[in-house]
Design a binder for this molecule. Sequence first.
Ligand SMILES: *Cc1c(COP(=O)(O)O)cnc(C)c1O
Ligand SMILES: [Zn+2]
Length: 443
Amino acid sequence: MRTSHKINTEEKNLVKLKVRNMKLRCIECGREYPIDEVRYRCDCGDLLEVVHDLNDLDAENLRELFDKRWGSMQFPYNSGVWRYKELILDVDDKFIVSKPEGNTNLYRAGKAGEYAGVKRMFLKHEGENPTASFKDRGMTCGVTAAKMLGCKKVACASTGNTSASMAAYASIAGMEAIVFIPEGKIAFGKLAQALAYGAKTLQIEGNFDDAMQLVQQVCSELNIYLLNSINPFRIEGQKAIAFEILQQLNWEVPDWFVLPGGNLGNNSALSKALRELYEIGIIDKIPRIAVIQAHGANPLYRMWKNKTPFKPVQAETIATAVKIGNPVSWKKSIRGLKWSNGVVEEVSEQEIMDAKAMIDRAGIGAEPASCCTVAGTKKLVEAGIINKDDLVVGILTGNLLKDPDSVVNYHLSRLKGIKSTYANRPIKIKATVKAAKQALIES
Ligand SMILES: *Cc1c(COP(=O)(O)O)cnc(C)c1O
Ligand SMILES: [Zn+2]
């Protein structure tokens, strides 16, 4: 497979002038490439990352700048990604494609925190993004890069949320969106979005990992810009989750960040963000990161726990957003775990859905994959790894309404192999006051 391709070079000179102090670098061999080359892998085959020149950034000035932009109504600083532009993609505003995204709530975890067993827990609700998942943060950056590079067509493989997000941003940017989704089992809310926003949707006979393989080949052959999280600009945008959480905590550094792991882009972004803030001197310690995988899609967990080489698995889980057996970013993920003295944990289907019931009932709500966060925190507290007094921030990656089937089926006790521990069943009654009274007094 080719590792790079040309798309359209008309705007190339322009781009050179507009992108400041950035290059692409291989995470394995260190080889560097210009930032305006369409390329997702090094010639050695490994992943690339965006490297910023952090030398001329001053911690105090930068923090002040970010704080001054907080609450701004002015494009692009009204976005919770572009507020941190200097650390993400310092590009001319005219290229920026923004909905705007971010500015999501950081909730006190309440009952969900009690359930997890920690006293001070916050839940960052990334399901409050414009297309209802954290993917919008990476996508605004990825589609902006596509525009900057002069691309007209973009594609991704997706378990649902990436396609929903890409479809929306491509539409705004006037680009054609092509999505590859695995057959069956894609949550209804997500499929609905991809179709609604007008993406050309290819439902392939195979799982996500097959779709991921295929989209890389197709993009290379047909010169289409690839917007999976193998795209280093996606990772840059997702870093903003960390920046925004810290800003919401008035730059107090938590002890832990806990988040689900699927294709492993998000935790890679988180660790990169924290390391950069640390290097600049905006924070003086790097919080620990806990990546939580579903038991049925746990290649990172196996590798980390057993200290064995990375080996893909056949993925199966109710948490469809993390139903990925061969995650693209495992190497970046491992590197980030080293930087952050991180841990990996796995959770069962039962633990995911019970944690979900608690997050939902706390009035916060999230889709199943997100709930690995609270389920995993609970396990790590029980194992004595997370301390009850630690300040813990869990990331909820997607909205409750993405997967309404999983909610209703849980509460109606219709999930195979899962006990509906906290079911809230609807009560059927006759349409009379008497029947209503009876139901309300009895229950
Ligand atoms: C994409 C996604 C994940 C997994 O994130 P990775 O970066 O692939 O590890 C988790 N939860 C939700 C809701 C997602 O959409
Ligand atoms: Zn290399």
